[in-house]
Design a binder for this molecule. Structure first.
Ligand code: F6R
Length: 604
């Protein structure tokens, strides 16, 4: 998804902007650009495709001393990924970058065009700069003009604007899309749409709240809130560690992140397990007082972990549980009752649809909890309570370790709630805690397993589709396996409950239909096996993943014999992740940055 950077200071503005954009690459984009104002002279460069194209175009460009600059990676929403549509967008003497969507841009554009203003792009963003210049013409004061412009925009945005009429200033506004500003002792100011570009540059950062707007110059950082009151920045310190952002010898970040799962799950468990108790220091037990239902809401992979959670909450904690896709929940006028705990799950904490459902639940007076991987993200700041998943920065667009830590958190949380509700006796709880301690071992990738999957992957590069099938929690795992494969291999794949195949999809069965069958020993083994046999009898090509050898399978990927179905879940999770990875690599795809996808989906 789009990324923003901004810089004001006397160091190498071009390099700071480009390396900031590089840090945002993992979010997904299809074009990029920068604009730098030095004295009264603007230089702007844009390029479609990867950042190397922009680097090439700016090869000869240098700045000397103080300058202000803004930069952007664009993930196309309004208009194709072309150079004209790439940001920054130019008015007569101002440039703007923007994340989010200006919902009333057609009305604004029509009015501006009626006044004779010429638009160069198909984007919604371009209205901001023209509207600003219209207002500047009347107000003769850049900040007044900018403030007025912000009141005229509807939708979600984070935006930066630089103008010749106030050449040593960057104007900013945030409403619905994330943005932060960092400062350092040298008086430099850095903007970005997420932490990573600022690491190592700014010691202290201020995360803007919705409705914040203002400006920076050499001496000042001026912030107004949504009520137009002048507010002090709320500085927090920023981590200084960029190490986790490197590939450490792995071919792709996704591969590295699959291998990291054992460590990050151990981190997620750390300090949270006692002999017969689960500890969440960050939770106040009263969060669960009067709660009769848990409603989980998320998108994509996080939605799959929510589905897993629903099985565990009902099974262990005996609490009613429902799961919602955030983009559906937003608009279906849902009934919300105050005895429901509303839980959102998000790796990024910024997904627009999920964030909106959190706001809806808060407005309806529900208690809210977020399970999230990014501290200080919008959801973390908004929810009543938060559990951080401790997966570390996830760079691969296809989520792996974030999912693993989410499911780990939900396994623990369901036991925590079980204890509060007396739904599990002490022995049962002790047994579960003992199992939880084994997850880090069950996700270790062995050379033997990886080699086997690598070899086998060459048989799955064609065909007319994949069905990942499983029962119970293995159904959401099947959905997740299919999503991983779709995302990075561009092959059609579906996740399906094993028992549902005969209600329709089995009509597709033939040797070119690949069934990836999840066959745990400790959960409905015989039932699942029968479903796979039905497919095998109709000549579907079967790849079984199981601790028990299955002679009706064309291919077999063994997992270790485990004590419990949840450990089998984690073992199989690694297998489906690696299978997608290896198929994608064989197909020559960009595993970490698959086409059309964005890491952080901040538009609805
Ligand atoms: C898939 C994937 C996406 C995200 C989804 C929600 O690999 O990463 O499906 O899970 O966009 O994102 P978060 O969890 O950041 O809210």
């Amino acid at each position: 998804m789009c990324g923003i950077v901004g810089y004001l200071g006397k160091n190498n503005t071009k390099e700071i902007l480009l390396s900031g954009l590089k840090e945002l690459e993992y979010r997904g984009y299809d074009s990029a650009g920068i604009a730098v104002l030095q004295g009264d002279s603007f230089e702007s460069y844009k390029a479609i495709g990867k950042l190397v194209n922009l680097e090439e175009k700016t090869k000869e460009f240098t700045t000397d001393g103080f300058a202000v600059g803004i930069g952007h990676t664009r993930w196309a929403t309004h208009g194709k990924p072309t150079e004209l549509n790439a940001h920054p967008h130019l008015g007569e003497s101002s440039y703007v970058v923007h994340n989010g969507i200006i919902e009333n841009y057609v009305q604004l554009k029509t009015k501006l065009q009626a006044k004779g203003i010429n638009f160069l792009s198909q984007t919604d963003t371009e209205v901001i700069v023209h509207q600003f210049e219209e207002n500047l013409y009347d107000a003769k004061d850049a900040f007044k003009a900018f403030s007025k412009t912000i009141t005229e925009l509807e939708g979600a945005y984070a935006t930066l604007l630089v103008t010749k009429s106030m050449p040593e200033t960057i104007y900013f506004a945030k409403h619905g899309s994330p943005m932060l500003v960092g400062v350092n002792d040298a008086g430099e100011k850095f903007f970005a749409s997420s932490d990573s570009p600022l690491i190592g540059l700014a010691k202290e950062v201020n995360y803007f709240e919705d409705g914040d707007y203002g400006y920076v110059n050499k001496d000042e950082l001026v912030i107004y809130n949504k009520n137009n009151e002048l507010v002090e920045p709320k500085f927090t310190s920023l981590a200084t560690d960029k190490l986790s952002a490197q590939k450490d010898g792995y071919r792709f970040f996704m591969e590295k992140e699959i291998y990291e799962q054992s460590d990050v799950i151990a981190d997620t468990l750390m300090g949270r397990l006692c002999d017969d108790e689960i500890i969440f220091d960050e939770l106040d037990k009263s969060l669960f007082d009067g709660i009769n239902e848990i409603k989980l809401c998320a998108c994509g992979t996080s939605y799959h972990s929510a589905l897993c959670a629903s099985y565990m909450f009902e099974r262990y904690a005996k609490v009613r549980c429902s799961v919602e896709i955030a983009s559906e929940f937003r608009y279906r006028e849902p009934l919300m009752s105050k005895d429901t705990l509303f839980v959102v799950i998000s790796q990024s904490g910024e997904t627009a649809d999920t964030l909106e459902t959190l706001k809806m639940a808060k407005n309806a007076g529900l208690k809210t909890l977020v399970v999230c991987n990014v501290d200080n993200s919008s959801m973390v700041r908004l929810a009543d309570a938060c559990i951080l998943t401790r997966a570390g920065i996830e760079k691969g667009v296809a989520s792996t370790k974030a999912f693993a830590t989410q499911v780990t958190v939900f396994w623990m949380l369901s036991l925590y709630v079980a204890k509060l509700r007396d739904a599990l006796n002490t022995d049962g709880l002790k047994h579960q805690i003992h199992l939880l301690r084994e997850i880090p071992t069950s996700v270790i990738v062995t050379d033997e397993m990886h080699e086997r999957i690598k070899r086998l992957s060459k048989r799955y590069l064609h065909g007319h589709g994949f069905f990942f099938i499983g029962r119970d929690v293995f159904f959401p795992l099947a959905l997740e396996g299919a999503l991983k494969l779709k995302e990075i291999s561009y092959l059609h794949a579906e996740g399906y409950p094993s028992g549902e195949m005969k209600h329709g999809p089995i009509a597709l069965a033939d040797p070119e239909l690949f069934t990836i069958a999840l066959l745990p020993q400790h959960l409905l083994y015989e039932k699942s096996k029968s479903n796979v046999e039905e497919l095998s009898a109709r000549d579907s090509t079967i790849c079984a993943i199981s601790p028990i050898n299955f002679d009706k399978a064309d291919d077999f990927i063994p997992i270790n014999v485990c004590k419990d179905y949840m450990l089998e879940f984690f073992e199989m999770m690694v297998v489906v992740q690696l299978l997608s990875l290896e198929i994608s690599i064989r197909l020559g795809n960009d595993v970490d940055m698959p086409r059309n996808l964005a890491k952080s989906v901040t538009v609805e």
